[in-house]
Write a protein that binds this ligand. Structure first.
Ligand code: MCA
Ligand code: AMP
Length: 508
């Protein structure tokens, strides 16, 4: 039996391929037959371009149905799909392409000239474009091709995708995900969350991260279900579409915005069987406000790029197994979790330590970083997540903090080191510390605290960051201090800074 992720998903496609897979904002319905054909054409084009199984395909485009077909086509012919946030700047893209050495980069038409320059410098042989409506040179080149009929016979442990995640050193690492990693998670989630062919998912997440790409799309396709596929989250649009949907997946900001919307009520959620939240902690107050407003309990789950989904609150609720606010539920089937101290000693119930994971969902390592990979695994194969957690007496996992220096803003991860490196090299700056402060909409807001000698001001620092860094990483505020607080070891005390400036966004 084929171990190619595409084939495993396709086993769940409806027998009647005229059934819709995607419903677009303008009312267009795209059938499974269309999805198969278009993915097959892109797969054929990649072969014709000389892309070989195992070669990377880097994609930085707007969200579109065709971008999904390109992902499926790439996986189908054995290439390694590498999606990148559209917000990444030229400097960031040069790093990713230089590190991943893809055989092809697909970009927005308006970015083509700049991308060709980066591609030439980094040795990427092919550049194509794909626009928000699915047009562009890639689609034109594929238009008359015979769809690829046979998938590449990938082995389960061959790579299907690489997703970059930032790191504490400020250097992004490519997490290598295999066909098995992605297919096991899709099939487990289909079962665990009760996906059925008549489900309609509201898809408003970006498709360059695990949540929008793998959790939402793979699970829906593996069930032969359909999705309302929208370019981005919009609360008005969501409220309009929810009555025709059965499942929604979102980051906590989506739910904060829904409960903050006067028109969001029981009626809007009446047809829904499941609301899933993840990528960042869902505040208990949001969980409760949502339940009061709709009578529905949001199902919070926990995951990360390197592991896909790890734990989930129960879908089927029963006494003692309810969806509980402030917890991320239980390990998914086939996934083992444990709590350990820094030295790797396993801790007991209610003890706080770092969460470790093992299972078919756990990635194959960081691209070209075998030593870094080895550091993050225990000898018995458990991956060390860097999330501080405990498991309570009933088995619920609670994420209580992070051992890694990480800010999560609106579901996007921001590693302070990367921003500090940009700020520290500015003239007039002595040093900086970047922290996350509570923010009512984004959960946490990136904030810089700076020691300066010169004339440099807040606006200049923000502008300098915006030049090199994607927008979601740019500090929303910059504060100046005489000295950064340090402990006796000389380490900056970020907890003190979070306390000092903690009220900054409270009234935002
Ligand atoms: C946009 N901006 C942001 C963010 N998004 N700033 C900080 N954090 C953000 N997340 C900027 C905009 O560029 C804009 O800047 C200003 O903030 C306000 O934009 P707004 O219109 O409010 O933003 P939006 O376009 O509505 O986007 C907010 C959003 C979006 C809908 C929350 O960020 C989003 O879709 N986030 C989802 C991220 C996600 O998919 N994460 C999953 C990672 P200006 O005003 O200067 O122009 S996968 C993962 O974490 C694991 C595996 C897991 O467990 O799922
Ligand atoms: P990423 O690297 O984008 O995959 O982000 C993964 C990180 O998001 C995890 O390591 C956690 O810190 C965080 N995360 C994801 N889901 C949750 C959740 N439900 N509660 C708390 N943190 C979460």
């Amino acid at each position: 039996m084929s171990e190619n992720l595409y084939d495993i998903l396709a086993q769940g496609f409806p027998a009647d391929r005229s059934q819709p897979a995607m419903l677009l904002a303008d009312g267009t319905a795209l059938s499974y037959a269309h999805l198969e054909e278009q993915a097959g054409r892109y797969a054929r084009l990649l072969c014709d371009l000389g892309v070989k199984p195992g070669d990377r395909i880097a994609v930085q485009t707007d969200k579109s149905a065709n971008a999904v077909f390109l992902y499926l086509g790439a996986v189908r012919m054995g290439a390694v799909y590498l999606p990148l946030n559209v917000g990444y700047t030229a400097a960031e893209m040069a790093y990713f392409l230089g590190d991943a050495r893809p055989a092809l980069v697909v970009c927005r038409p308006q970015a083509e000239a700049a991308m060709r320059e980066i591609a030439a410098k980094t040795g990427v042989p092919n550049v194509h474009t794909l626009d928000a409506a699915g047009g562009g040179s890639l689609t034109e080149a594929a238009a008359d091709l015979e769809p690829l009929a046979e998938s590449y016979p990938a082995k389960a442990d061959e790579l299907a995708a690489i997703l970059y995640t930032s790191g504490t050193t400020g250097r992004s690492k490519g997490a290598m995900l295999t066909h098995r990693n992605l297919s096991s998670n899709a099939l487990v989630l289909r079962e665990t969350w009760g996906f059925r062919p008549d489900d309609v998912l509201l898809h408003m997440l970006p498709i360059f991260h695990v949540h929008g790409l793998f959790v939402a799309i793979n699970t829906t396709l593996a069930a032969g279900a359909r999705m309302h596929f929208l370019p981005k989250f919009d609360a008005d649009q969501a409220i309009g579409l929810l009555p025709g949907c059965t499942v929604m997946m979102g980051v906590p900001t989506f739910y904060v915005r829904l409960v903050g919307h006067a028109a969001f009520d029981k009626q809007a959620a009446a047809n829904m069987r499941l609301f899933v939240s993840g990528s960042a902690p869902l505040l208990e107050e949001t969980f409760q406000a949502f339940e009061q407003r709709t009578g529905r309990r949001i199902l919070e789950r926990y995951g990360m790029t390197e592991c896909g989904m790890i734990t989930s609150n129960p879908y089927q609720e029963a006494p003692g197994r309810e969806r509980r606010a402030g917890t991320v539920g239980f390990p998914l089937p086939e996934v083992e979790v444990r709590i350990a101290d820094d030295a790797g000693h396993i801790l007991g119930t209610e003890e706080i330590g770092v969460l470790e994971v093992k299972g078919p969902n756990v990635f194959a390592g960081y691209w070209q970083l075998p030593e870094k990979t080895a550091e993050e695994f225990r000898p018995d194969g458990f991956f060390v997540t860097g999330d501080m957690a405990k498991i309570d007496a009933e088995g619920y996992v609670h994420i209580v903090g992070r051992a890694k220096d990480l800010v999560i803003s609106g579901g996007y991860n921001v590693y302070p080191k990367e921003i500090e490196l940009v700020i520290d090299q500015l003239p007039g700056v002595v040093e900086s510390a970047v922290i996350g402060l509570p923010h009512p909409d984004f959960g946490e807001a990136v904030t810089a605290v700076v020691k300066r000698t010169g004339e440099i001001g807040e606006e200049e620092i923000i502008a300098a960051c915006a030049k090199d860094l994607a927008k979601f990483k740019v500090p929303k505020r910059v504060f100046f201090v005489e000295d950064l607080p340090r402990n006796t070891m000389g380490k900056v005390q970020k907890a003190d800074l979070r306390k000092t400036f903690g009220e900054t966004f409270k009234a935002a």
